[in-house]
Design a protein around this ligand. Structure first.
Ligand code: GDP
Ligand code: MG
Length: 723
């Protein structure tokens, strides 16, 4: 017999452990797509249990279904339009009160829900006792306890879902949420009116529709009531009811409804929850007294971030050397195995040099992400947002924008997508415009390379300074934006402060590994292709004539080496002469190649910044992605071989006197890399999230900013006597 198919949606607040549960339910059987029409990520997974084929959907994490933010709208539309057979409502047991808000809304939509009391381990540890049987009875929904990150309780969840589908669960009913007497009567009345409305048939629940209409939810109104004469009739009766509520209570119905929900939840809490040990948030509050202190908070925050960057550089330098050595071994091996000629050059100087140069920075990126993941999982990041709220207001933004911006330090693309948690469009667009100034981990690789080459022991501080410069630029740009394009006021909001939690090693490492694998995939994909293309563009066309006859000169010297008996010193001299000839030859070749021509073409634009054509070409290719700045350099600078015939590391190549890169020039270069458009991925993300105009604005302002700041640094530095 064929398996029956059912569809289960996972709904819950952000950080309730939804993704952990989803992973435990589906294992590796997942695919990631988008919800129709928006860029909200849609995770779908598959599993089977007891003769059922189950499709699981991980809905976006939301605190409610009010459809103020894109996430909420997506979650709500999914529930309404796709009517999953079961909705697993994942709640953080240690935070039941706040989590139940969403639950009330799911109940109202008449979804068949299972309450998954996740983070059961934490609730236990905090001495919170939840009377599950009573909670089930009150909400009319089965409850299951789970510990998401360990996957425990997941079978119970599946069993409960199957029971629910087979309608065996004794507690199952659609318990109406009560809003108190003022509203309840009106809702019943309005529900009756809606029953008469013929075009309202699509709606999942008439009572829910009545509540939404009373709240004045225009989206819902236009979604479900298509017939305009019926809409008129309903609106008349709604207006009467709204007036009535206002007269009786002095408040708008939506306020009374929200109050009603909270009241309902408080009631449930009183019935089912008891604390064994004091106040569960007490510990967190004590920690908060220090970490979010009005004065101490800021230096602590700066110190933590500084620590992460320092670790990124200092700890990262060891594995970096190992990888560098590994790449050199590989490169030499490939060089000796593959016969000399085009293919050898393509693989050794193109593919391996380009990808190797980028691979070296993998440890730095992993350490940075380890740090960010630890801050996020511990709950500190939310405090940082809280702390930053005042500063962000000075920018014309609020603390909520801080999280996407901090995420930008990892990668701008998800950061731009994360702005959809912001309710106000103005805040969202402004944040999107500022995120590219948050220096992402791809840029970090360039900083590590140059700071390591030119600033020795100061490298960590230089990198920290570059990050600060990005933030300062964001402050400046924000000021300009709010005086020109975004003059409205900042919308107020409540900041959620989750309890502190010791981050689990598994989750932190998973975040880190996710990042690392994205980086590795990039190396195997776009960076490999770009390296080879850049190398080819540097290889062709071959010059028609050279300034001297290199080939015969080299051959001549080589025969001397082989045929004559010569002294050690003599041999050394000839070796050096050969490698010098080779370098001069390849430098002549590359200057006449396509890439050389492009580079020369842009020299007038970048000369005032102290960049030569090689740096210029790297910046152009860096438009695709910042790692490609490095792989381009890997190809451009390593085309010549070191005096010993071994391929030399990129760091040494940059420092070589003939390349004429000074610390000041390298600093100006880093400033440019920091400030100009991060990558094609970011550009695309901006276009999708904010439209073409904002995308163009973003690219243009960043080019201007990057050029002028690099100019100020280079010319200013020269005036001050640096070089
Ligand atoms: P989401 O935002 O709802 O998708 O939540 P995640 O699945 O990403 O989980 C957030 C954090 O909580 C991660 O660090 C998880 O490892 C952790 N976590 C998830 N479930 C549990 C649980 O049952 N107990 C504890 N102590 N931690 C959990
Ligand atoms: Mg998640």
């Amino acid at each position: 017999m064929a398996n029956r198919k059912i569809r289960i949606a996972l709904a819950g607040n952000p950080n309730s452990g939804k993704t952990s549960i989803f992973n435990a339910l589906t294992g590796a059987h997942q695919k990631v797509g988008n919800y129709p029409g928006v860029t909200v990520e849609k995770r779908v997974g598959f599993g089977s249990y007891n003769g059922y084929d189950i499709e699981f959907v991980d809905l976006p994490g939301t605190y409610s279904l009010n459809a103020y933010s894109t996430d909420e709208k997506v979650a709500r539309d999914y529930l309404i339009d796709f009517k999953p057979d079961v909705v697993i409502n994942i709640v953080d047991s240690g935070n039941l009160e706040r989590n139940l808000y969403l639950t009330t809304q799911l109940l109202e939509l008449e979804c068949d829900i299972i309450i998954d009391l996740n983070m059961w381990d934490e609730a236990q540890r905090m001495g919170i006792h939840i009377d599950r049987a009573k909670l089930s009875r009150l909400l009319g929904a089965p409850t299951v306890t789970t510990i998401g990150h360990r996957g425990s309780g997941v079978r119970d969840l599946l069993q409960a879902a199957v029971d629910l589908v087979e309608n065996k669960h004794q507690d199952h009913r659609h318990a109406p949420v009560s809003y108190g007497s003022h509203i309840d009567d009106l809702v019943v009345d309005l529900t009756k009116n809606i029953e008469k409305c013929k075009s309202c048939g699509m709606c999942p629940s008439r009572r829910w529709l009545a509540v939404k209409l009373l709240e004045g939810d225009i989206q819902t109104e236009s979604k479900f009531i298509k017939d305009s004469s019926e809409l008129d009739k309903l609106q008349k009766s709604i207006r009467k009811k709204v007036r009535h509520v206002k007269r009786a209570t002095g408040e708008d119905p939506d306020v009374i409804l929200t109050d009603g929900r909270y009241g309902y939840i408080s009631g449930i809490m009183k019935e089912v929850v008891s604390h064994k040990i004091g106040d569960r948030m007490k510990q967190s509050r004590q920690i908060d007294a220090v970490l979010t202190h009005r004065l101490l908070g800021y230096p602590i925050f700066l110190f933590l971030i500084w620590l992460i960057f320092q670790a990124t550089f200092v700890l990262g330098s060891y594995p970096m050397e190992w990888i560098e050595a590994g790449v050199a071994v590989l490169s030499n091996a490939a060089d000796s195995v593959i016969p000399d000629g085009f293919i050898n050059d393509l693989i050794v100087d193109g593919a391996i040099a380009g990808c190797g140069a980028v691979l070296v920075f993998l440890p730095n990126i992993m350490i940075l992400f380890l740090g960010i993941a630890a801050l996020e999982d511990s709950g500190y990041m939310a405090r940082a947002a809280f702390l930053m709220d005042r500063l962000m207001h000075a920018l014309g933004l609020h603390g909520k924008s801080f999280i996407p911006m901090i995420m930008g330090f990892g990668c701008n693309v998800p950061a731009i997508m994360a702005t959809r948690t912001l309710e106000s469009e103005r805040d969202r667009i402004m944040t999107i415009l500022l995120i590219p100034l948050m220096s992402c981990s791809a840029r970090l690789a360039v900083y590590v390379l140059f700071a390591g080459a030119f600033f020795g022991a100061m490298a960590g501080n230089v990198i920290f300074g570059i990050y600060l410069l990005g933030i300062a630029a964001a402050v400046g740009i924000a000021q300009i934006l709010r005086k020109t394009l975004f003059r409205q006021e900042v919308a107020p909001f409540v900041m959620e402060l989750p309890p502190y939690r010791i981050p689990t090693i598994k989750s932190v490492f998973m975040h880190m590994w996710e990042r690392a694998s994205i980086y590795l995939k990039k190396i195997g994909g776009i960076i490999l292709v770009a390296s080879v293309v850049i190398w080819l563009m540097g290889y062709f066309p071959k010059p028609d004539n050279y300034s001297q006859d290199f080939d015969s000169k080299i051959e001549n010297l080589q025969t001397q080496l082989e045929t004559r008996a010569i002294s050690q010193a003599e041999q050394q001299r000839i070796d050096n002469e050969i490698s010098e000839l080779k370098t001069t030859k390849s430098s002549e070749e590359i200057q006449k190649s396509y890439i050389g021509k492009i580079g020369k073409g842009i020299v007038p634009v970048i000369e005032p910044l102290g960049f030569d054509w090689k740096l210029g070409v790297s910046l152009i290719t860096g438009f695709v992605a910042k790692e490609i700045v490095i792989s381009t350099m890997g190809v451009l600078y390593q085309i010549g071989e070191g005096a010993d015939g071994e391929s030399q590391g990129l760091t040494d190549a940059l420092k070589a006197p003939e390349n004429n890169i000074s610390p000041l020039k390298s600093l100006a270069f880093l400033v440019f890399v920091l400030l100009y458009t991060p990558c094609v991925g970011t550009i695309i993300a901006i276009k999708r999230e904010a439209g073409l105009k904002i995308m163009i604005l973003s690219v243009v302002y960043q080019m201007i900013l990057a050029w002028s700041m690099a100019f100020v640094f280079y010319q200013g530095g020269k005036l001050l006597g640096f070089n």
